[in-house]
Design a protein around this ligand. Structure first.
Ligand code: PBG
Length: 343
């Protein structure tokens, strides 16, 4: 008892005002730089790109100022610019010419992302990592992330039928030169199915970044305009997670790790920083956070009105995501960040 009290008194003596003044370390800008705990490095950023079939070079995305749907050559040019800016990676999404019930354009050799992978590789060689998103919502005419069935009495995505198609899509993207496959459909068993397919065909070197804890989030709104992938009926709550759940996110991640995921992602980022932190602490493997379209567009919209300072707010958000434990961040701000960090 008394020794506890003595110890507590000692701590207080060493650790309290006026001996301790926290502001001492904040007085000089150089000292502030030296004690900074979290720094943003461009080398942790992945730039998402939307590649569109057809001849139009750059189609502006209304709800995402500064972002475009790019033709295959435009995506190659954009990737060259990413390399010049010092970015290490892009993440490709495709907007195909034709959609059908199963999303078969996703696994065509001449699919839009497959073409883009080859064109970008030609343009930049191995100076850029090529991540390819793996999902069906951009490719199906109903806008859901897989094959539909009524087996349960409710029209819903058929998990196991979708797995076979994901494996086909993954192989096709690997053949076209993807360094990393990023399944975003939240199907059970997707990582195992993809890993097995890749390994059987000699692509054991291709990595998997799993959207492991992906929430059914309204923050994806602008993306669905960008990728033309809004569900034509219902919503995604039978496969994406309930925003209220965190223990469930840890189970999702544990399963993906078991199935062979190399990198696990939490998405969106901002409203889920607690999940980012817990995943990093619990599993210790590389964690990606997706700073999604709605998080980007909110800042852009407020900045356009002069309500927020875009650069400072964006850097604060990205620093927060990093501080929470993200090793890498997927962000539409990646190119802006390159300029801000260089300035
Ligand atoms: C596809 C997918 C989505 C996003 C990434 N991959 C949309 C969705 O699940 O509806 C969202 C990305 C963003 O909002 O920036 N399944």
């Amino acid at each position: 008892m008394s020794s506890d009290r003595t110890r507590a008194a000692g701590v207080a003596a060493r650790g309290a005002f006026p001996q301790v003044r926290m502001r001492r370390l904040r007085q000089h800008p150089l000292l502030r730089d030296m004690v900074r705990e979290t720094t943003l490095s461009l080398r942790d950023f992945i730039l998402p790109l939307f590649v569109r079939a057809g001849r139009q070079q750059r189609v502006p995305i209304g709800s995402m100022p500064g972002q475009f749907q790019l033709s295959v050559p435009a995506a190659a040019a954009e990737s060259r610019e990413a390399v010049q800016l010092g970015l290490p990676a892009v993440l490709l999404f495709g907007i195909p010419e034709r959609k059908d019930a199963v999303g078969s354009a996703a696994w065509e050799e001449e699919g839009v992302v497959q073409q883009a992978l080859r064109a970008i590789r030609d343009a930049v060689g191995d100076r850029l990592l090529l991540f390819a998103d793996l999902c069906f919502c951009e490719y199906t005419d109903h806008g859901h992330c897989g094959v539909l069935s009524d087996r349960t009495g409710r029209t819903d995505v058929d998990n196991d039928a979708t797995l076979a198609n994901l494996a086909r899509q993954a192989l096709s993207l690997a053949r076209a030169g993807a360094d990393c496959i990023a399944p975003s459909g939240m199907m059970d068993g997707m990582v195992a199915a993809i890993r097995q397919a890749l390994d059987q065909q000699g692509f054991e070197h291709v990595a998997i970044m799993s959207y492991a804890a992906k929430y059914a989030s309204a923050f994806y709104g602008p993306f669905r305009e960008a990728a033309e992938s809004a569900p034509q009926f219902g919503d995604r709550r039978s496969y994406q997670m309930d925003p209220a759940n965190a223990a469930e996110a840890l189970r999702e991640v544990a399963l993906d790790v078991q199935e062979g995921a190399d990198i696990v992602m939490v998405k969106p980022a901002l409203a889920y920083l607690d999940v980012v932190r817990r995943v990093k602490e619990r599993f210790g493997l590389p964690v990606a956070a997706y700073n999604v379209s709605g998080e980007y567009s909110m800042v852009k919209a407020a900045a356009e009105r002069g309500w927020l300072d875009e650069r400072t707010v964006a850097m604060e958000i990205l620093t927060g995501i990093k501080r929470a434990g993200a090793d890498m961040i997927i962000s539409y701000f990646a190119k802006d960040l390159a300029r801000w960090l260089a300035a």
